[in-house]
Design a protein around this ligand. Structure first.
Ligand SMILES: [Zn+2]
Length: 394
């Protein structure tokens, strides 16, 4: 099931504040969804996810199909029980990972043949197979199988930018796969919600065609795919400005795989309700920290003796400790930059665990501030403040 209620819309942009009711609970939108590829948001305990306000997380169909496999998933009655997460879960279709196998896969109308990267087994992914796997996972939001149109065709250096003709062929295949996904989802009597995915590369008229065909199929929610796939930033912003607000007003809109904090705020302004990205978790493990006042690289020697937490304005466990009182509000229970710099230098596990908690908290809190500003009719002011604070520098 899926129910989407619009609470408020911003008069100065396409931004909206809504609630999304799914089988495992209610999600307040706009929302960021932490990525839990193998049934775990890397390095973070589910309890911490609850504490930092995560409302919905992602799982990756392809990875969970490879390991632990469907027999195990079925015996646990799905991903929620297996990973001990009782709030909503969204799963991708597996298409992007199959696509990423490069030379190891062969795409046809029917689906994708590929060799398992885990044990070399010959496997086949199709819209029907993707629906069957996601039904076993019992995710609250199921994604159609699509072909993610890349920005660049072939190897870097020898390839070329995707042409309009190539983008059309790819978009039309995704459109046919959307219908097959829908038919199989219904045949399986999956009780959750299936999203269609708009493709069309960097061509607005192809995006428009894709969108209209999907709206005709009447999905309960829609995603914009094939952005942040190696294109220049201006093109990404152009597609973000084109597609989301043209989707049906009373259905949730999900921008796949995007992006930086700036991208999220811009996406909200363009009418996006849901985001996911590996950036906060992956960057945390590489020592890049997102803060209210810009990004910080904890490996930098300037932090060797710095007593401040990562973000003095932050109330997360890493920055404010058990009291939850930020440094700026006088709290001194958080972990210092000096300590996190030390953990990183020694390769200690706690380092990436704490930086991941902070980065996810930062993203989730940013979305909370966005929601509050929308409720108060202050979104434009928040955008301006966000921009100037981020530009200030740590
Ligand atoms: Zn923090």
């Amino acid at each position: 099931m899926l129910k989407f209620d619009l609470i408020k819309t911003d008069p100065d942009s396409h931004a909206r504040r809504g609630t999304l009711t799914l089988n495992h609970g209610v999600v307040q939108t706009p929302i960021f969804m932490p990525v839990g590829t193998y049934g775990t948001v890397k390095g973070v305990m589910p309890r911490s996810l609850h504490d930092m306000g995560a409302q919905i997380i992602l799982g990756n169909t392809f990875h969970l199909w490879m390991r632990p496999g469907l027999d195990i998933m079925q015996s646990f009655g799905g991903l929620h029980q297996f990973e001990q997460w009782d709030k909503p879960i969204l799963t991708d279709s597996g298409g992007f990972q199959v696509w990423s196998l490069g030379a190891m896969r062969k795409i046809s109308e029917e689906g994708v043949k590929f060799a398992s990267p885990v044990n070399g087994d010959k496997l086949f992914m199709s819209p029907e197979v993707s629906m069957q796997i996601q039904t076993i996972l019992n995710s609250d939001i199921v994604m159609q199988l699509d072909e993610c149109t890349p920005y660049w065709q072939g190897e870097k250096g020898s390839g070329h930018i995707t042409t309009e003709a190539e983008a059309r062929v790819s978009m039309e295949l995704s459109r046919r796969w959307a219908l097959r996904s829908k038919n199989e989802f219904e045949r399986l009597q999956n009780p959750n919600a299936l999203f269609g995915i708009v493709q069309g590369g960097m061509f607005e008229h192809l995006r428009q065609e894709s969108l209209e065909a999907l709206v005709e199929m009447d999905f309960p929610g829609y995603a914009v795919g094939g952005v942040s796939v190696g294109e220049p930033k201006e093109l990404m912003l152009q597609i973000m400005a084109h597609t989301p607000h043209r989707l049906p007003q009373h259905k949730p809109r999900y921008l796949m795989g995007v992006g930086t904090p700036e991208d999220l705020v811009e996406g909200v302004a363009q009418g996006v309700d849901m985001f996911d990205c590996v950036m906060p978790t992956r960057n945390a493990r590489n020592g890049t920290i997102f803060t209210r006042y810009g990004d910080l690289k904890i490996r930098n020697a300037r932090y060797k003796a710095d007593p401040q937490p990562l973000d003095p304005s932050c109330g997360c466990y890493a920055c404010a400790g058990s009291s939850g009182v930020s440094w700026d509000d006088g709290g001194r229970d958080g972990f210092s930059r000096a300590y996190l710099h030390h953990l990183d230098r020694c390769g200690e596990m706690l380092g990436p665990m704490l930086t991941t908690v902070h980065n996810l908290h930062y993203y989730l809190n940013l979305m909370r501030e966005v929601r509050e500003s929308l409720e108060a009719g202050q979104f434009s002011a928040l955008r301006a403040r966000f921009k100037s604070e981020r530009a200030r520098g740590v």
